[in-house]
Design a protein around this ligand. Structure first.
Ligand code: FES
Length: 107
């Protein structure tokens, strides 16, 4: 299990243990985290799993694919330098303890 700490739009901290290999979106939606939708089920087609990854650990993540970068142009909230799509980030042990902040809106 990989522990990811989601910060909901209200500022509430929601630590979730995610099965290794699952996406952060799967883990958050299954774990009842508010502020993330994942409407397309993780196929990089909706941008409703937008999140802000802890800047200091951004370099530990695989780079965003072309399709993720394209979808990031469609996010509802402000896009920032640490914006990613949670369905495109796999939970791996190296990311244990990662802080992921969810935006005010996904639609
Ligand atoms: S769940 Fe649709 S783009 Fe991530």
């Amino acid at each position: 299990m990989v522990n990811i700490v989601f910060i909901e739009p209200t500022g509430a901290k929601m630590p979730v243990n995610i099965n290794e290999g699952w996406s952060l979106m799967q883990g958050a939606t299954t774990g009842g985290v508010d502020g993330i939708l994942g409407e397309c089920g993780g196929s990089c087609a909706c941008a409703t799993c937008h999140c802000y990854v802890d800047e200091s650990r951004l370099g530990e993540l695989p780079e965003a694919s072309e399709s993720e970068l394209e979808m990031l142009e469609n996010v509802a909230a402000e896009r920032r330098s640490n914006s990613r799509l949670a369905c495109q980030i796999k939970a791996v042990n190296a990311l244990d303890g990662l802080i992921v902040t969810l935006p005010d809106t996904q639609e």
